[in-house]
Design a protein. Structure first.
Length: 241
């Protein structure tokens, strides 16, 4: 019944805003019909979409709905990145190159693996999420800055049983979720904070210090620092518990 309806004669009488959508390879309806209809309705907007599905609720519905929304409201939905607020923790083995040369490839690989096992044990204890390793360090995120600082301190103490020392840096800020990875300026800040720390030190940005006031964690002021690639000066602190 639908395919037998003939509306050709009334198309020129339509005087309301009209949007005609058609998927180019529609199995049910020839695209040439919609192209012709668009020429018969005054000021009609014709949009041809990729795809072969005839029903509007199957196939690539997002692109179709975007066209409808823009036609009705004048604006299109902005596909904003998925951003979250969290605390980032970076670690790094101090003097790893020299230690690797001293031990040799296999012994160093075994020591590095044991070190990662300890870091992951502490991450689990403090409910952190590993993002990825960085050769001889780790990047992890936390939903609470105080737990992140305590985890960094626990990591620094625990790896000493292996005869190695690490530096830890933390910052709280917004980052973008990209699958299992994260991206954003806040991550670079955390990495730069870590690079300023020395062996067995846990450094944080002023953002973290302000956020966890009253937590019982104590800090030593390490002054203002220029962080490579990050505008301005940043006040950094060392966690001393």
């Amino acid at each position: 019944m639908n395919t037998e309806i003939d509306t050709r004669s009334i198309l020129p009488a339509i005087r309301v805003p009209t949007l005609i959508l058609h998927r180019t390879n529609d199995h049910d309806s020839d695209v040439r019909g919609s192209r012709w209809m668009a020429t018969q309705i005054a000021n009609a907007k014709y949009v041809e979409l990729d795809g072969e599905d005839h029903l509007v609720f199957v196939g690539d519905t997002d692109s179709l709905l975007d066209e409808v929304q823009e036609f009705l409201t004048g604006t299109r939905f902005a596909d904003l990145p998925d951003r979250v607020l969290g605390t980032m923790l970076f670690t790094d083995i101090v003097g790893s190159t020299e230690r690797a040369a001293e031990l040799g490839n296999q012994r160093w690989a075994d020591l590095n693996a044991a070190h990662f096992k300890i870091l992951r044990r502490e991450l689990e204890r403090f409910r952190g999420q590993e993002i990825h390793t960085t050769g001889d360090g780790i990047l992890a995120t936390f939903d609470g800055p105080a737990r992140a600082v305590r985890c960094g301190c626990a990591m620094s103490e625990a790896v000493r049983e292996l005869g190695i020392e690490i530096r830890v840096g933390l910052h709280t800020g917004e980052y973008e979720l990209i699958g299992r990875e994260i991206a954003g300026v806040a991550i670079h800040i955390a990495a730069r904070v870590m690079s300023n720390a020395d062996a067995n030190e846990v450094w944080v940005s002023s953002t973290i210090k302000d956020l966890i006031a009253g937590s019982g964690i104590e800090f030593q002021d390490r002054g203002a620092h220029a962080l490579k690639g990050v505008p301005g000066e940043w006040h950094l602190y060392q966690a001393v518990k």
